[in-house]
Design a binder for this molecule. Structure first.
Ligand code: GTP
Ligand code: MG
Length: 280
């Protein structure tokens, strides 16, 4: 135990040691975590606190599963990636969802309009991406009935778009994400037009899109979404397993090509927007 912990940390520790219910225990540990003056010497302690919290949360979740099904909040993963809109109430989450997807969520000037997760599909250059609006996040979100299932939708995403009305709200959101061990890329937006906004989202995802074509034909549509860093080998395998066996070479147009129609092999690295002609 490092000796240079803060007064607030010691107070939180006292509260934790006197707590009785699982929820109180988690809250106490979270307070300790928040008040831990983080540096190299406290890394081990931070890890231990996080582990204790996870264990207790598991216990709590096991109990609530027995009580009621939280599956009504679950959302099936679809598309090449999942983007979640996370924010405080009335911060424009539904407005954003309606701007970038086909969804028509209720938008109103009263608070907590959205009560269930809403989803829509964002089309970017032909790639379908799932966008989910999470009902407004509040302090100690984990302890709300809908907290754990909604937090797992967030955890199971590729990118967070964060919305808030002021700096206090922004801090609260970051604290909630931290306490719930959510470490995803986060972007803000600033009322950009829809095309700029979609581009911002796309550029922060870990995927690229590529087109395949047959010799003498036009590129096929829609394109194929692949992880950044994918090779011709990955694309070929995705198109058809048999293609890989019979692969002879490919020709490529686009950012990764030295010249139009460059002849390449399986280990060539693809770039966003490339067009590939597979020869077998
Ligand atoms: N000033 C301003 N108002 C906005 C913006 N986006 C939405 N609004 C307005 O703010 C109110 C709330 O918008 P929503 O999109 O419903 O906000 P929300 O975050 O989904 O809210 P809840 O679902 O109720 O938590 C509406 O009256 C919107 O017209 C924005 O960018 N700026
Ligand atoms: Mg809403």
């Amino acid at each position: 135990m490092p000796t240079n912990v803060t007064h607030e940390y010691k107070e939180a520790e006292k509260k934790y040691l006197n707590s009785r219910t699982i929820q109180e225990k988690i809250e106490g540990l979270q307070d300790m975590l928040k008040n831990l003056n983080k540096h190299k010497g406290t890394e081990k302690l931070e890890k231990q606190l996080k582990q204790k919290i996870s264990k207790l949360k598991l216990q709590l979740e096991e109990r609530s599963k027995k009580k009621k099904g939280s599956s009504k909040y679950s959302i099936k993963k679809e598309g090449a990636a999942r983007i979640v809109i996370v924010g405080t109430t009335n911060s424009g989450k539904s407005t954003l969802l309606s701007r970038i997807t086909n969804a028509k969520p209720e938008i109103a000037d009263y608070e907590f309009t959205t009560k269930m997760p809403e989803q829509g599909v964002m089309d970017y250059k032909g790639v379908k991406l799932q966008v989910v609006e999470i009902p407004a996040l509040t302090k100690n979100f984990y302890f709300k009935e809908e907290g754990p299932p909604l937090l797992s939708i967030i955890r199971d995403s590729d990118l967070i778009i964060l919305t808030f009305r002021n700096e206090d709200e922004r801090k609260m959101l970051f604290e909630e994400l931290y306490l719930n061990d959510i470490n995803l890329p986060i972007i803000y937006y600033n009322n950009e037009n829809v095309e700029k906004l979609k581009e911002l989202i796309w550029n922060n995802l870990d995927i690229i899109h590529v087109f395949t074509k047959m010799p003498g034909k036009k590129p096929s549509y829609p394109p194929i979404a692949l992880k950044k860093g994918s090779l011709i080998k990955d694309l070929t395998e995705f198109v058809h397993k048999d293609f890989l066996k019979n692969f002879k070479y490919a020709r490529i147009w686009g950012k990764s090509a030295k010249h139009d129609g460059q002849k390449i092999g399986l280990n060539h690295k693809l770039e966003d927007g490339d067009i590939v002609e597979l020869h077998e």
